[in-house]
Design a protein around this ligand. Structure first.
Ligand code: ASP
Ligand code: MG
Length: 474
């Protein structure tokens, strides 16, 4: 059994849905498969805007909803009219209109009603994807993940309960005709009272990994619009190469530190069970791909990828004459948690005093939390906040706290005149994160890729191509 997940750009049109059906047909020729789909490209963003528009009392949501209806119904007709699917699509669209009408009347949106509206994108997509597969001669049926994925009630960022999800999923599979492919909505679930929840933006990957985990799948394949996980973001480094293999820790660190290709929690349920994640390109199915598993290669301590994450407030407690009486970062983390912020503490020795990078809350909150956490420290020093920063991170097993790699990165950035404001703990053994000004982020990615990653890749390529010359020209 394999789980195949297709992202929004892979299911954006009838033509693409045909291509997806072809990929699924090939997969089920070898093994059973569960398919997971995202909403059609851009639809969840549109739904989020419709929620805000309706809740603000602006009637533009009516036109927006109509446009969404046309897009999905047109796609259905292009796949070949199917009255049953068309009426299912209309039912979901009617439900969306009902939710938005309620928001317009109330002039506000609760987190629960927002999730109800956002869930419609995946529900429409699953109906269309199942239709495309049937047109290709496969037996396929759309499955609403609210019947499978049991979550807590944290709307917008719900956490699945694996044991409950396992029971429901096993029951569903037992009910299906033999050979019938379930096409499951990504991103959504239901809490114990049956209320619709979502797993967080980009969370369809997580649906796939939760289902892969509870089914004991051989692999979870994430089909996207790039050829696997690349050594650097392609928008910054167009020639970045596909990484053939990554560890779970490396993939998680990359996702947490800005790489868009995988949802950060995807690896969690799979790493424990040793189920690999394979990242593949819908637009180049035979092309390069990345396998994420537990295997660590011979590259321990060597950077394998670089990524950037914009945003955050850099907090610095500069030491006064009396020095710091205690570490002001220790209490800051607790003080921030109640506001939904997170702290990456600075690596010791990065700067005199103490430093940390706060994400997820505005600077004013950081200031009050800093004072609340360390009044004693602030008496003996100065708290400085710096906005407009981000992190550039090197990812590779053994890089967390690796002084040699840290020094190499700083040297490369210094040569390019990019000031490093701090080194922070990226919360992973597989990453090293440096804080730079926002305006330097993209250049920093390029510089680190060229200085620390490209030579390693070229070296290996040259050695493979011309083994006899390896010791010669160098
Ligand atoms: N459609 C959802 C989103 O755009 C989930 C996903 O694409 O993974 O966030
Ligand atoms: Mg995604």
């Amino acid at each position: 059994m394999n789980v195949l997940k297709f992202g929004g750009s892979s299911v954006a049109s009838a033509d693409l849905l045909h291509a997806v059906a072809g990929i699924v047909a090939e997969a089920v020729a070898n093994d059973r498969a569960v398919v997971v789909v995202s909403a059609l490209a851009g639809v969840t963003d549109i739904l989020a805007r419709l929620v805000d528009t309706a809740a603000s009392g602006d009637r533009a949501w009516e036109r927006g909803t109509l446009a969404l209806a046309h897009r999905h119904l047109d796609c259905c007709r292009e796949l070949g009219a199917d009255p049953a699917i068309e009426s299912s699509l209309r039912a979901v669209l009617g439900e969306l209109a009902g939710v938005l009408t309620g928001l317009a009347d109330a002039r506000s949106a609760s987190p629960a009603s927002r999730d109800a509206a956002l869930s419609t994108g995946e529900r429409l997509a699953a109906l269309l994807a199942a239709l495309a597969m049937r047109r290709r001669g496969l037996d396929a049926v759309a499955v609403d993940a609210r019947e499978l994925v049991v979550t807590d009630s944290a709307f917008g960022e719900a956490e699945p309960d694996l044991a409950a999800t396992a029971r429901r999923t096993a029951a569903l599979l037992a009910r299906l005709r033999p050979g019938c492919v379930p096409v499951v909505t990504g991103f959504i679930g239901a809490d114990r009272s049956g209320r619709t929840t979502t797993l967080g933006r980009g969370g369809s990957d997580y649906t796939a990994s939760v289902l892969g985990a509870v089914l004991g799948a051989a692999a979870v394949e994430i089909w996207t619009d790039v050829s696997g996980v690349l050594a650097a973001p392609p928008c910054d480094v167009p020639h970045a190469a596909t990484l053939p293999a990554l560890t779970y820790g490396e993939a998680t660190a990359l996702a947490r530190l800005g790489a868009k290709v995988l949802y950060p929690k995807t690896m969690d349920p799979l790493a424990r069970r040793g189920i690999p994640v394979v990242v593949r390109n819908t637009f180049d199915p035979g092309g390069p791909r990345t396998v994420v598993n537990a295997t660590t290669g011979a590259d321990h301590g060597r950077p394998r990828a670089v990524t950037a994450l914009d945003g955050g407030v850099l907090v610095t407690h500069e030491t006064g004459p009396g020095g710091l009486r205690r570490d002001p970062m220790a209490g800051l983390e607790d003080a921030l948690r109640e506001h939904g912020g997170s702290l990456c503490p600075g690596r010791p020795g990065a700067l005199p005093g103490a430093v940390g990078l706060v994400r997820g809350v505005p600077a004013a909150t950081v200031r009050s939390a800093s004072l609340q956490a360390a009044p004693a420290a602030s008496e003996s020093g100065t708290i400085r906040l710096r906005e407009g920063v981000g992190t550039v991170a090197l990812v590779g097993e053994g890089l967390g706290g690796n002084r040699v790699a840290g020094a190499q990165a700083r040297l490369a950035l210094a040569a390019a005149r990019i000031p490093v404001l701090a080194e922070v703990d990226a919360g992973s053994d597989a990453a090293l994160a440096l804080v730079v000004q926002r305006g330097h982020l993209r250049e920093a990615v390029w510089v680190l890729h060229e200085a620390l990653l490209a030579p390693a890749l070229e070296g290996r390529g040259a050695a493979a191509a011309r083994p006899a010359a390896a010791g010669g020209a160098g």
